[in-house]
Design a protein around this ligand. Sequence first.
Ligand SMILES: Cc1ncc(COP(=O)(O)O)c(C=O)c1O
Length: 485
Amino acid sequence: MNEDLLQDTLDPADWGELRRQGHRMLDDMFDYLEHVRERPVWQPIPAAVREVFAQPLPQQPSSLEASHAVFMRDILPYAVGNAHPGFMGWVHGGGTAVGMLAEMLSAGLNANLGGRDQIPVEVERQVMRWMRDLFGFPESASGLFVTGTSMANFIAVLIARTAALGDQVRDAGVAADGRRLRAYTSASAHGCIAQAMDMAGLGMDALRVVAVNEQYQIDLTALAAAIDEDRRLGFTPFLIAASAGTVDVGAVDALDAVAELAQREALWFHVDGAYGALAMLAPEIAPRLKGIERADSIAFDFHKWGQVPYDAGFILVRDGSLHYDTFASPAAYLRREACGMAAGSPWPCDFGPDLSRGFRALKAWFTIQVYGAERLGAVIAQTCALAQYFRQRIEQTPALELLAPVSLNIVCFRYRGADADRLNAAIAVAVQNSGIAAPSTTTVNGNLAIRAAIVNHRTQVTDIDALIDAVIQFGNLLNDNRDRP
Ligand SMILES: Cc1ncc(COP(=O)(O)O)c(C=O)c1O
């Protein structure tokens, strides 16, 4: 044997030591999750910690123990804190220890779910079928794990475009057809829908942003008028993107009525249900989504209300063959066979832009298996009940003012005072810096609102009380200080 050919591998020389170190790392993460409540939600990052991550490319090896120590000292304490029960800033899920363990298993297996005949793909298909049944979609439906709802919405726009222009659009491009497509969404919709129009080459101007009613739902009269007007002007309406849980206030569009209109106008009916769609798991909330079962496509995230660790977005499509026709790209090196490893076509890579794909499905599969749909639904209902408690406390507190109806799990409010926008922005930062809780801010009807999105399964009444008390305390303080000369 040629000794020169003996290769170095990246596996350890001493598996025993790796095993011991691995157990220490696992224990640290269990400790983190078990005691997360005792930590600040978030803390400002010292300059010296940032400096650690400004070091040049390391040329020489160092021990796993050393990198783990850096993680514990300089990374773990300075994450945004969405695992913490006091995190209510943005629409972020809390994750679970079960999801974390599943993530470790999938990393160990290192499966690439682009395709081929392997059970990991079958796991993804099983989750797809569960979702298909949950949303009342037919057997011909298709689905795919993606990074998040931004990507899922983008995929939906591309399929809707194929539905409108035919699959020759994939060769000829959107300009060749000559028709000028128009899509519709509400003023409360997430910005990634406009971004999807941009990335699809249709342009953001091709998205008409329709006014909302006092419940922050898309105004159906205005929507119908916009479609009419566009047809008269020679545009080709092709897509309505409704929202099931808007990012600012948690509004759910009147999905049944939107479905009706889309059907009458022969438009693609897409639902951005980034976090709200999984309310289908909660029997007390699910009726609010009535009409979602009529959608042509639904985008949602397991990493939000589903409590699956990041990232785990999903796109569900009623017409699986149209979905396939939008993305499938035969290539010699992806040749399919009736048997052997290249069997099992169609593959996940035929339904989206990613060829290399991780085993996201496993952490969703574990989460659903271990907790069961009922318990996950109960957590969703619980966050909505907490939001109603939050609303009541605001209504009973003269210093505070509710700024939007509480539809699901998002509460927008402010501390009353002069120059309220500036004051409330300062309050939100003060609360974040305190580590007590983490709200964010948004603009509702032109007013700056402190926004609390209750997504995390760990959040309890005491966390709501702590956030409200902190807002009042910092509000009083900042208000008083301002009044002084
Ligand atoms: C309604 C809505 N749509 C889309 C998104 C984007 O989802 P993601 O961050 O998973 O890409 C969000 C994120 O919060 C959202 O709330």
